[in-house]
Design a protein around this ligand. Structure first.
Ligand SMILES: C=C(O[C@H]1C=CC=C(C(=O)O)[C@@H]1O)C(=O)O
Ligand SMILES: [Mg+2]
Length: 462
């Protein structure tokens, strides 16, 4: 249980009292430090806000955000990154913020993400997820290595009664802090189906051929795996399993309407902390070995394999170009290293730089997305190819998912190794980089391994 203090209620009341005769809605945000906090219990306690919860933890698993409810939601279709940035800026200029803490990710924070391709509107499964959606949660838990914080955000409207809001928030707050119930058991899998695997191999063959003829240099092609359960999927138990099993990965869940987009991705798009920028190139894959020797031999093979080095190199080239256009002191090692995960190992090149004054994290996201790790190279040719040949809408798969705060710090991951959960049905996504030497069967096997993190967490290991 988390203990709150009277002091906090006083600060909340004081912040609310600062609102007099407003003509437009205004955000109030009050942050308090907590002695202890359990992110899963906090998430579970927010059950009444199902459809408006977000979970996020960084790859080192020492930074976690849990958002419950929505004080305000920003969505945009046209010029989506810029439109959201402008709306956010306007909202922050008017906001009443009481946050005595320095920690990034406290105070007003927006959590959410974007679709892969706003020009692909063959939605179907993705009707709950617009092209962009970030929310400022009503209740935000921020857990860092050394401290826990709770931020309450409230949008006050001109006609609102301050006393009513105060009563509502303090009561809801107390209920939250009591914590949720224990984690439910996972339901059982009753059916599992790979969607059109043979057709997918044909598309891969065709793509390798089109690359050899010079249409483009690389394209990432994905496929789907449908999993059905005897009852509704319990999001917290999947998060719990992902977090235990997938070290070195961002574990996330974004609920929207009746659906939840969930996964454990190793791929960072960008992190900005006090203008220090980190990005990553992660592409090129091989299996893990059964013994240490076999594992190392596979790693060595990957580090010298031309096909995988090529897949990786397109990512490095493009990210370098994007980062150099908005940063100084860009540092990118000339050779990749191995990034080991539970089920596979990748080629990895870290990127570090100093973000120039005047650039926001969303501007960087716009420049970087989609990288050739999930799209291809050149960008437009690969995007058109995916639109034309992949027989489904990617929705938010392979897209930026993350957060940013009012001090312009934030982090976005690339949401791969993920799936869309809707009640008792889940669709998983897995893709791989096709270059001129790609072999359909080997790429098929690679996507099969990439399904495993989600499949295992759902209880579907065979
Ligand atoms: C597109 C995916 O992986 C990308 C990230 C790392 C390695 C990849 C590869 O080797 O093909 C992919 O580019 C996915 O997992 O769905
Ligand atoms: Mg690959």
């Amino acid at each position: 249980m988390i203990k709150t203090t009277t002091h906090y209620n006083e600060r909340l009341y004081k912040a609310l009292s600062q609102i007099h005769h407003i003509e437009t809605p205004q955000l109030i945000s009050v942050t308090e430090q907590m002695a202890t906090a359990n992110p899963f219990r906090f998430y579970q306690a927010g059950k009444a806000y199902q459809g408006e919860r977000v979970y996020w933890t960084s790859t080192d698993q020492v930074f976690t955000l849990v958002g419950i409810g929505s004080a305000y939601t920003l969505e945009a279709e046209e010029d989506r990154f810029n439109t959201i940035q402008q709306a956010w800026k306007a909202l922050m200029e008017e906001a009443v913020i009481d946050n005595p803490y320095e920690s990034s990710g406290t105070g007003p924070v927006a959590l959410g993400g974007f679709s892969f391709d706003p020009h692909d509107h063959s939605r179907t499964a993705w009707e709950d997820f617009p092209d962009s959606k970030v929310s400022i949660p009503m209740f935000l838990l921020t857990k860092t290595e050394s401290a826990n914080y709770i931020t309450v955000n409230i949008m006050v409207h001109p006609e609102d009664d301050i006393e009513d809001i105060y009563q509502f928030v303090t009561q809801a707050y107390q209920e939250f802090l009591e914590g949720g119930t224990s984690i439910d058991e996972m339901p059982s899998i009753i059916g599992k189906e790979e969607i059109q695997p043979l057709e997918w191999k044909d598309i891969v063959k065709q793509a390798a051929h089109d690359i050899q003829s010079g249409y483009m240099s690389k394209v990432v092609l994905a496929r789907e795996l449908e999993v059905n359960f005897d009852r509704d999927v319990n999001i917290v138990s999947v998060l719990d399993a992902l977090q235990r099993e997938q070290q070195q990965s961002y574990v996330f869940a974004v609920e929207s309407g009746d659906s939840c987009f969930i996964g454990a991705t190793p791929e960072r798009l960008v992190k900005v902390d006090n203008r220090e920028l980190h990005s990553a190139c992660l592409a090129g894959t091989i299996a893990r070995g059964d013994t240490v020797e076999e594992d190392q031999a596979l790693g060595e093979e990957l580090l010298h394999d031309n096909k995988n080095l090529q897949e990786h190199d397109f990512v490095v080239q493009m990210i370098r170009e994007a980062v150099e256009s908005c940063c100084d002191q860009v540092q990118i090692p000339s050779e990749p290293v191995i990034y080991p995960l539970r089920n596979l190992q990748h080629l990895y090149t870290p990127v570090k730089a100093k973000l120039r004054v005047g650039y926001t994290i969303l501007e960087v996201v716009e420049k970087l997305h989609p990288t050739p790790a999930l799209n291809g190279y050149p960008r437009q040719e690969a995007l058109s190819y995916i639109r034309e040949h992949e027989p489904f809408d990617r929705g938010w798969y392979a897209s930026p998912v993350g957060w940013f705060d009012y001090k312009d710090n934030g982090e976005f991951a690339v949401a791969i190794r993920s799936g869309l959960v809707k009640k008792n049905k889940t669709v998983l996504y897995s893709g791989c980089g096709i270059v001129e030497d790609s072999m359909p069967e080997a790429e098929y096997e690679e996507t099969a391994i990439k399904f495993l993190p989600m499949l295992n967490a759902l209880g579907g290991r065979t």
